[in-house]
Write a protein that binds this ligand. Structure first.
Ligand SMILES: Cc1cc2nc3c(=O)[nH]c(=O)nc-3n(C[C@H](O)[C@H](O)[C@H](O)COP(=O)(O)O)c2cc1C
Length: 362
């Protein structure tokens, strides 16, 4: 099995890169292989000054005497190095960049062509042969070209330092990773993919295409939804530095945001079960001062802004209760019977909601 070094290059310690890396490491640990989990934050690693001292002495010694010595030893020990980095300005973090710069002593002066035909420098020592480099990159945005910079960097650097390119795991839309209630299936695909990624690095030394695809599975069905949910996340952060620093600290707020839950509830509408349904429903959440009106007709639903006096049913609940009913942690019937959810108007419609709007299955 491959020995793995994980180099954590994420400055934010409680962010999504950490969350994703922890999942991947669970897969590595489960494989039973040896691994080292190294955090680059706080390490004294100076940028390369381009003096080429490492090329002008036979041992490849760098002029800097800092903690890169320890990292180089880890690189010599491992078969696979995995960098975990956030996407910063469409590129790798400077924590990762500085380590890559300092791998210059792996090579020496002299030019040859690599396997792809690109020119590169010679390898200093055979002990560096047969190693692989992989990257896990987390990004807030989404888009076709989001990871192009990282992908190209990985490809060229891998060849440049004579490592095999073990693959790039991309995770866009990070701020939507907290919508586990709304997207349980997709979250499962992503998390299982991350664990499998760790297992694959240990056993195969690279990521499979299926794993790469699974980890980057889209969470937002369309761009409006992506924008809306990302903005809700930042609304919860507000001006609170603690919340900005730690995604865990606002997890519950995001998870139970009634705007997301209502949106997902409406989206779960089953046009077959509700084919003949024609109704206007109002949902009131006094604890959050939100009211939603959903009109259903012709097997379609729509949120409506009209203050409709002719609503067939008016549901009033605390947002947290609704979150439980939405995920079926609490049955709608029990919620109604116990008075946790109040219903005015057509109670029989309420009892059929579970059928018209089945539990989230995406
Ligand atoms: C300086 C800086 C630059 C960033 N640039 C990008 C970017 O170019 N594209 C993007 O999708 N996200 C960008 N982000 C957002 C991060 O990728 C995002 O926070 C992601 O969740 C990974 O970081 P985390 O581990 O801190 O959560 C940037 C964040 C910072 C702080």
């Amino acid at each position: 099995m491959n020995k793995i070094v994980i180099l954590r290059a994420n400055p934010r310690q409680e962010g999504y890169t950490r969350y994703l890396t922890d999942k991947l490491i669970a897969g590595i640990a489960g494989s039973g292989t040896e691994y080292r989990d190294i955090n680059l934050v706080g390490k004294n690693i100076n940028p390369c000054i381009g003096c080429y001292h490492c090329w002008t002495n036979d041992e490849g010694i760098c002029v800097h005497n800092d903690e890169m010595t320890e990292i180089t030893e880890h690189l010599a020990w491992c078969d696979v190095v995995l960098f975990a980095t956030p996407l910063y300005h469409f590129s790798i973090s400077s924590l990762m960049k500085v380590v890559l710069e300092r791998t210059l002593p792996i090579t020496r002066q002299g030019i040859e062509r690599g396997p792809s035909g690109n020119f590169r420098n010679l390898l200093r020592d055979n002990k560096w042969k047969g190693k692989s480099i992989a990257v896990l990159c987390a990004a807030a945005l989404r888009g076709e070209h989001l990871f192009d910079g990282v992908e190209k960097t990985l490809e060229l650097v891998a060849e440049g330092i004579h490592f095999r390119n073990a693959g790039l795991l991309r995770r866009p839309e990070t701020y939507l990773l907290q919508f586990a209630l709304a997207k349980p299936k997709t979250m499962k695909i992503i998390e299982t993919g991350l664990e499998r990624a760790g297992y694959e690095l240990a056993n195969d030394g690279c990521f499979s295409q299926k794993t790469i695809n699974d980890v980057s599975t889209t969470l937002a069905v369309d761009t409006n939804y992506f924008q809306m949910y990302s903005n809700i996340y930042w609304e919860h952060v507000g001006r609170d530095t603690t919340r900005a620093a730690s995604v865990e600290s606002i997890r519950d707020l995001v998870l139970h945001d009634v705007r997301i839950l209502m949106n997902e509830f409406a989206r779960s509408f089953d046009p077959v079960a509700g084919a003949r349904l024609r109704t206007v429903m109002v949902f009131d959440f006094p604890d959050k001062s939100y009211t939603f009106r959903i009109a259903v007709k012709d097997a379609q639903y729509a949120f409506t802004a009209e203050d409709d006096l002719n609503a067939d049913m008016r549901v009033t609940a605390d947002s947290i209760i609704w979150a439980k009913a939405f995920t079926r942690e609490l049955s709608m019937r029990d919620a109604l019977m116990s008075g946790k959810i109040r219903v005015e108007g057509d109670k029989s419609l309420f009892m059929k909601l579970e059928r018209y709007f089945p539990p989230p299955n995406n």
